[in-house]
Ligand binder design. Structure first.
Ligand SMILES: C[S@@+](CC[C@H](N)C(=O)[O-])C[C@H]1O[C@@H](n2cnc3c(N)ncnc32)[C@H](O)[C@@H]1O
Length: 231
């Protein structure tokens, strides 16, 4: 993973209490740094045990600000601050219909499931079969039985359950795949790392009755989107 220093794999020695303390400290850190504000996103962060979405040899690093490798090709769980970095500008909230492209570990889908609540919807698409199986097992073990998991090319979205109020693309693309903007509801928002002149910019797109508005949130570093709209 170019640009990140991934710590070496090691046997986990931390207890559930250690992780709980680290999780609470991370939430305080995210608030202080201005990443985390919304009450529902904050509560989701405190509730979902990130360490349970990480392979055993990297589990102790769960709350470090570094993406960690997952089973599959080029798959990572993004670093902790990435989630509010995406979900806060999206304004992810109760009752939203949410589509995630790149399930990875399943952690982002679990957080979103907590945020949207029982009346909301979370659909998550993963292209890599090995990563998909890993995410599916994690979500099942953690008790998230109501996330719609799809194995396939997320660049094509998932029209069966569209339109979506919010869409997060968690892999870098050269342009936002058109099927995703089509499947976004009017008044909806989409966030994606978009490669522009060798740099990845996190782009927030809003779809209104008048048209599409975009703005750049900041620079990021993500694995590349695969499939029909590969970067
Ligand atoms: C940064 S990781 C996602 C992290 C994830 N959101 C989490 O919470 O762990 C990016 C993921 O996107 C997946 N991916 C890449 N191209 C894809 C595509 N066209 N459709 C669906 N998933 C894709 C990769 O296999 C990888 O698992």
């Amino acid at each position: 993973m170019q640009g990140w220093l991934v710590p070496p794999p090691k046997r986990s020695t931390k207890s559930p209490k250690d992780f709980e303390r680290e999780r609470a400290a991370k939430v305080r850190w995210l608030i202080t740094r201005g990443y985390l504000g919304a009450e529902r996103i904050r509560r989701a962060f405190l509730k979902v045990p990130r360490e349970d979405f990480i392979p055993p040899d990297y589990r102790d690093y769960a709350y470090l600000e570094v993406p960690l490798p997952l089973p599959g090709t080029q798959a990572t769980i993004s670093c902790p601050h990435s989630y509010p970095l995406f979900y806060e500008p999206l304004g992810l909230d109760q009752d939203h219909r949410f589509l995630e492209i790149g399930t990875g570990s399943g952690y982002g889908a679990a957080l979103a499931r907590e945020v949207v609540g029982p009346q909301g919807l979370v659909v998550s698409v993963e292209i890599d079969p090995v990563t998909f199986a890993f995410a599916k097992a994690n979500l099942k073990r953690a008790g998230y039985h109501d996330v719609v998991l799809v194995q396939g090319d997320g660049g094509l979205g998932y029209p069966e359950l569209s339109p979506y109020d919010r869409i997060a693309v968690t892999a870098a693309c050269s342009t936002i795949p058109p099927p995703l903007t089509e499947q976004l509801a009017i008044g909806g928002r989409l966030i994606a790392p978009v490669i522009e002149q060798g740099t990845q910019n996190l782009l927030l797109l809003e779809k209104t009755a008048e048209g599409i508005r975009t703005r750049v949130i900041g620079e990021v570093l993500y694995v590349s989107l695969r499939g029909a709209y590969a970067a």
